[in-house]
Design a protein around this ligand. Structure first.
Ligand code: 5GP
Ligand code: MN
Length: 354
């Protein structure tokens, strides 16, 4: 590492140049995210959106469906098109794009109903993401699963392209938001010293990191908080011998607390605060499907568990999946899955969390 440049060049210079060249050549640019966009998906997309707009580009941002209220403070959220609200309008924009960015997802399937339209668009396609196993149908792939967040990766790309000096406070805020949310406010996935060098460089853009934390994490409704209390006291099972925990919420439970989008964000992590618990699962009955979230500490591979039993994926310590069937069946499939991993889970005994 060069002493004068605290950030190493993770992305080959040729790839950085290719992305910048694709941007230079493009007339109409579209930025997209995965379903139920989170802080990292929205933060990276909005930072890129502002950067491209500032450099005079015609750019639209389309997300598959709506996002939680605690992310709406980010500059530019009002300009986001929500595919689900008007599919034909979004399809038209996608079909006429010259360049499409896929931010924070590895395969088009993760964009839901928008996926076939992305696949069929004649636009050039660029992936900027940190999930394992990137799809093959991108013209340029910037995929680094070892990087904390897509926001960190986008920062690195812009930094390597020599754009740090011109980066605005707004862009820095969006990038910080995704780095903060994808690392649980820097409590996991964040041991790389360069992650903190980048935070420092973002702070130099005069972002207020404490205010950003509050906007996201101190902005819940009373209902959400009571739902959390209910879930922890009435809907949590602990399996101490296999160091695992389960949280589950039916639709009925959720409507009792007037569930709103994003209200259960972070629930899956809670049982990991219990001594000796290394694997946590949250099963939530949604409309027409069951959503599952998996979290672990240490070596237990959440992504493999999600892939094996719930057609899902994600990262080693955080993954998700879906189940089509009854809520009870989803819980049964999960418990059978746990059984088949019993030996592996038991062997986590005595290990430290990290
Ligand atoms: P969450 O539990 O917060 O919804 O998701 C955690 C991680 O798992 C995210 O990084 C997300 O990309 C991944 N993930 C969530 N749901 C799915 C899914 O249905 N399929 C796949 N492949 N990954 C998912
Ligand atoms: Mn991410």
């Amino acid at each position: 590492m060069n002493r004068t440049a605290p950030i190493s060049n993770v992305i080959p210079a040729r790839d950085v140049e290719q992305v910048m060249d694709a941007i230079r050549r493009a007339g109409k640019i579209v930025i997209t995210t995965h379903l139920s966009p989170d802080g990292d998906a929205l933060g990276s997309s909005l930072a890129l959106f502002h950067f491209l707009k500032r450099t005079g580009k015609s750019v639209r941002m389309i997300v598959p469906n709506s996002f939680p209220h605690f992310l709406k403070w980010m500059n530019g959220t009002r300009e986001i098109e929500i595919y689900e609200y008007n599919p034909p309008a979004a399809q038209k924009i996608i079909a006429h794009a010259d360049l499409i960015f896929s931010m924070d997802y590895n395969i088009s399937k993760r964009a839901g109903d928008m996926a076939p339209h992305l696949d069929n668009s004649p636009a050039r396609k660029i992936l900027i993401d940190h999930h394992l196993l990137p799809g093959r149908n991108f013209d340029i792939t910037v995929s680094y699963p070892e990087i904390s967040s897509t926001c960190e990766l986008l920062f690195r790309l812009l930094f390597q392209a020599g754009k740090y000096d011109e980066l605005t406070q707004t862009e820095a805020e969006c990038l910080y938001c995704g780095m903060m949310t994808d690392t649980g406010n820097f409590t996991y996935n964040s041991r790389d010293p360069e992650t903190f060098e980048i935070v420092s460089l973002l702070l130099r853009k005069k972002i207020n990191k404490d205010a950003i934390y509050s906007q996201v994490f101190d902005n819940y409704s009373e209902d959400r908080f009571r739902l959390l209390g209910f879930t922890l006291s009435q809907r949590m099972e602990i399996y101490p011998e296999i160091h695992s925990a389960l949280l589950f919420l039916s639709r009925e439970d959720q409507s009792r607390f007037r569930f709103g989008k994003g209200d259960t964000e972070g629930f899956a992590n809670c049982p990991l605060s219990i001594k000796g618990i290394f694997f946590s699962t949250f099963i939530r009955e949604d409309e027409g499907l069951i959503k599952l979230s998996f979290r672990s500490r240490g070596s237990f591979p959440c992504n493999e568990f999600a892939a094996a039993f719930f057609n899902g994926g994600g990262h080693l310590n955080a993954s998700g999946g879906e189940f089509y069937g009854t809520f009870d069946d989803a819980i049964r499939v999960f418990k059978n899955g746990l059984k088949s991993c019993e030996e592996k889970l038991k062997s986590l005994a005595g290990t430290r969390k990290l």
